[in-house]
Every structure is written in C-alpha cells, then in structure tokens.
Design a protein around this ligand. Structure first.
Ligand code: MG
Length: 201
C-alpha cells in the first residue's frame, strides 16, 4: 500500500509520467509495463528526485528454451537518479557473479542474502536512497542505499563507491541535486521484465 505523501509513478494505466529514447517499446498491458526493446535503454521519470523512498514491483520472465546467457535472464535494474543501479536479474536458481545478483548495488556490493523469488512471481524492491553531495568536483557525502528485496534487507545503508559502470568500480561525477529515476531495459530479446505499482516518496 502506498503511504501518505507518496507519488504514484505507474499505476497500471499509462506511462504519462515517463519518458525515454525507446518509450514506445515499453508496453502497458493488464496493469503492467514490460520491457521490449532490442537495445539497451531506460524508462525515465519526467520528474526529478533526490533523497527518496522508492517502491518497485517486478516480475521475471521464464527462462527461454534453449537457455540464454545467465546475465541476460530478466536483466533490468532500478536506477535512483538514473546513475546508481540496484540490479534486477533472475537469480532464483541462476548463479552469477556476486555483485551482479538481484539486490546487488551493481558492480559494487553483493546482496546480503539471496532473497529472489522464481520467475513469474511478483517481487518487490523498497529502496531508501540518499543522494550524494558535492562540493565542486569533490564528493562530500557519498550516495547511500538501504534495499529491501521481498521484505528482506539486502543492502544496509551502504555508501556507494560511485555511479554504476558495467564491469568496473564507478566514480562520482558532480551532478544535479535531483535527477530522474530510471528503469533499465537490458535489451535482451525473449527475456522481458515486467513492472507494476511504482511509487516514490
Ligand atoms: Mg541490470
């Protein structure tokens, strides 16, 4: 249930609060929005946010047959400020590298436990995000995140090393105090992730 003072970003009806370079390939059907592009892209809020509590429900697809690269199985992500990824991947019975698992701060911090549910079952992230602070080119307070996956704490107030970069430890670059929230479409055919009930406070 959405708490008082929160803003619904996707209530199942339309993407009126969202934008993106491949917006028309994110399809809304039966109250759910699903990735669909064949290229890596983001669905981004029109509005910008700094410190925020973020709620996102997601559902992983069944593994295609024949199986695909484990890293392509329902790969998505929630990016506060469009820069700091909380990984979405089907890791119910699908191993990957620790800081690439669902609930990881991607390429930085593995989840404390594997709280994944199976494909086809709705899951939920509750993320408490504190935006980084900058003075000139220097980060004076790193971004911090606490992440609950399916009600289980998987990140406990971790201080991020920097913005998310694939396969590397990211670095900070000064940015605005508020930026759009983004959802990742990893662009893998036949492995589309669905979302519902997305809100922010
Ligand atoms: Mg991802």
């Amino acid at each position: 249930r959405m708490p008082a003072g929160a803003e619904m970003l996707f209530d199942g009806h339309d993407l009126s609060k969202w934008t993106g370079d491949h917006l028309d390939q994110w399809t809304v059907h039966d109250g759910v929005v699903t990735t669909g592009a064949r290229v890596y892209n983001f669905l981004k809020t029109k509005e910008s946010f700094g410190d925020a509590q973020i709620h996102v429900e997601f559902r992983e697809p069944e593994q295609p047959n024949p199986p695909i690269n484990p890293q392509y199985w329902g790969n998505s992500g929630v990016f506060p400020m469009g820069l700091y990824e909380v990984q979405i991947l089907d890791n119910y019975k699908n191993e990957t590298y620790p800081d690439g698992m669902v609930g990881s701060i991607y390429s930085q911090f593995p989840p404390l436990v594997n709280a994944a549910r199976p494909a086809g079952v709705w899951q939920c992230f509750d993320i408490t995000f504190h935006a980084p602070h900058f003075s000139g080119n220097t980060v004076t307070q790193p971004a911090r995140m606490t992440v609950m996956l399916n009600g289980v704490k998987v990140q406990d107030n971790v201080a991020l090393i920097g913005a998310t970069v694939h396969g590397k430890v990211g670095v900070y670059a000064p940015h605005a105090a508020e930026l759009p929230l983004a959802l990742q479409d990893h662009g893998n055919p036949d492995s589309h992730v669905s979302f519902r009930n997305i809100w922010v406070k």
